[in-house]
Ligand binder design. Structure first.
Ligand SMILES: *Cc1c(COP(=O)(O)O)cnc(C)c1O
Length: 401
């Protein structure tokens, strides 16, 4: 393997993000291939026994087993580090593998975690149900309220966990303010950045310590593979995250790493275009529904923070109609936009969170998160926005709006 300039940070760190997304992290085999190779190998062979022993001791460079290292995964990890401004990264089989392994590697029985209450459904289950089973105390707060984070801190608080913008309610958390509060109390600050992607928001720049991704969303962005990523300091990744992940094995398959690696080449183009489309759709729908939330519109209660923290308003729009029957009728009247619970895809997708993604979250918690029976989440894709608006216009007309 040749370490091309793609792995020389004295060169790559000076590149702009769109260049990093195309070239960062590239390694080349002796064939000099232009496109990154897929290394579907579980293990590695050694020239002699001494070499094997040295690699296992960590005294010689080189890989030993794909649960621990793989060249295709390494290319993706390095590219993600460059896009995020992180020292180190590990890619995982899914976003939830990233979230659960990161938090469980960091926390032990007797520790306390504070989390923003507006979280992806499975993240909420992790915080409310799974971590407490292992003796980890958890508190959820209204993440928009910076004071609430300060009040929830205890002497044993070792982690803050937040998502911004949140799924599906589009609540924002002031990352810089909350990170300061976390650090004052000795907590490590974890941010689930799946909704924004590194194109729109880089939490480490605002003081967060660990950034977590579902790469299933904007990073693949074409509805093909599940993937996740954990990014942070080299010390945290090596000493804390890998101390668990090396032995529990949440690693991404090299094939899926390759798919995401290729997708990153167009991440900047795709996310920016989808944001433009989402903005156009949000403007067209505003006033046609009971309520509409889009961080890029001045009507969003945290619009100022969105503009401070994000490069654009994002790709997701939340709309509210009267109730579940009306929400389902609107979905059923769509002809172009798919009814689907995925997001961050090149296809526009709409879902009814209360009966799908957040159905396993108890109703009281759904209420707290602003997920009403009439809420719909629209993930805007790359189709012509005029076609999307026409489809929505027709569906809204069919329910009498
Ligand atoms: C989808 C998603 C996850 C979970 O990721 P998977 O790849 O589905 O495991 C976590 N957080 C957010 C915000 C998500 O949108």
């Amino acid at each position: 393997m040749k370490r091309t300039t793609g792995h020389d940070r004295s060169v790559t760190a000076t590149w702009r993000p769109a260049t990093q997304a195309v070239r960062g992290g590239t390694l080349r085999s002796e064939f000099g291939e232009t496109s990154e190779a897929i290394f579907l190998t579980s293990g590695y062979a050694y020239d002699n026994a001494g070499e094997a022993a040295a690699r296992f001791r960590g005294d010689a460079p080189g890989m030993t087993y794909s649960r621990l290292q793989n060249p295709t995964n390494l290319m993706l990890e390095e590219r993600l580090c460059l896009l995020e401004g992180a020292e180190a990264a590990r890619v995982t089989a899914t976003g939830m593998a990233a979230m659960s392994t990161a938090l469980m590697s960091h926390l032990s029985a007797g520790d306390h975690l504070v989390a923003g209450r507006a979280l992806f459904g499975s993240c909420r289950v992790l915080v409310d149900t799974i971590l407490p089973r292992f003796g980890i105390e958890t508190t959820t707060v209204d993440g928009r309220d910076t004071e609430a984070w300060a009040k929830a801190r205890r002497p044993n608080t070792r982690a803050f966990f937040l998502e911004t913008p949140s799924n599906p309610g589009l609540d924002l958390v002031d990352i810089a303010a909350v990170a300061d509060l976390g650090h004052d109390g000795g907590a490590t600050v974890f941010v689930d950045n799946a909704f924004a992607s590194p194109v729109l928001q880089r939490p480490l720049d605002f003081g967060a310590d660990v950034v977590l991704y579902s790469a299933t969303k904007h990073m693949d962005g074409q509805g093909r593979v599940l993937a996740g990523a954990v990014l942070g300091s080299a010390a945290w990744i090596n000493d804390t995250y890998l101390a668990m992940a090396r032995h529990t094995g949440p690693v991404l398959s090299a094939f899926n790493a390759w798919v995401v690696l290729k997708s990153l080449e167009t991440l900047d183009l795709r996310v920016r275009r989808a944001c433009d489309n989402a903005f156009a759709v949000a403007r067209a729908l505003d006033g046609r529904v009971d309520r509409l939330l889009y961080p890029g519109l001045p009507s969003h209660p945290q619009h100022d923070l969105a503009m401070r923290q994000m490069a654009a308003g994002g790709t997701i729009v939340a709309l509210f109609v009267a109730d579940r029957a009306e929400a389902h009728a609107l979905l059923d009247a769509l002809a172009l936009i798919d009814i689907s619970n995925n997001l961050g895809d090149s296809r526009s997708l709409m879902t009814h969170p209360a009966s799908t993604t957040h159905a396993s979250v108890v109703e009281a918690v759904r209420d707290e998160m602003g997920i009403t029976e009439g809420m719909l989440r629209l993930s805007v894709g790359l189709e012509d926005p005029a076609d999307l608006i026409a489809d929505l216009d027709h569906a809204l007309g069919s329910i009498g709006r």
